[in-house]
Design a protein. Sequence first.
Length: 268
Amino acid sequence: MTRSQTRPRRQALAEMLGLMGLLMGGGLLAGQGGQTLARSIGMGGASAPPPSRAPRTPEPGLTPPRGDGMAALDRNLITAASIGDLDLVNRLLAAGASAQAVDERGRTALVAAVYNRRGDVARALIQAGADVNRKDGEANSAFLLAAATGQIDVVRLALAHGADLRSTDRYDGTALIAASQHGNVEVVKLLLKAGIAVDQVNQLGWTALLEAIVLGDGSTRYEEIVQLLLDAGADANLADREGITPSRHARERGYKTMVKMLMRARGH
């Protein structure tokens, strides 16, 4: 190899190493400040304004933050509660999500959980301080909903965490009236033991006793509820707005066992 051939090769190698250094240097600068060396050179060495910080990639399963209302953490908590994702609910609570936050329908995460029968999530939220009496836009609270739908564990937990026995739904019905209407025997037992008013009258003019007779199907569970209510002191003669007594309602429907129960309680 001649000397004249050696020089160009050395020169080419030096140029290659210089180019690699330039690219590596630019890459490092890009990683630190968001501006490549090549861009700096292209701008004639002038310093570029600092780039805006890129938004943080949200954790999988969470929506990015929004500035138009409720916080993203709170919104995601309600969503997670409604689908029953207990692990995500716990992580969101730990991250600072509020158990008292409400969505556009006035629903808290707890109400959303009870609507969708997510009992384990409801327990976690109640233990985290969620208000069992907080009502949504339809005047339903977790306590009232659980009583109406027979979610006895949630009712029991709500009673242990300050459930308001005087609370009523949009029809002025108590938890006892709702539980009686839907034939939830064990819930009725719990509520009566807790001391709930037995003769509350709702907007329809019906008591829990009347609801069990009029809206029930006369089956064994409704018979048991009627007896429970009578044993708790329900007025067997408290008529509805048309003046029809519980006994008459039972007779018209052919509920013979209920008629006997009411007669023993001096109903007429």
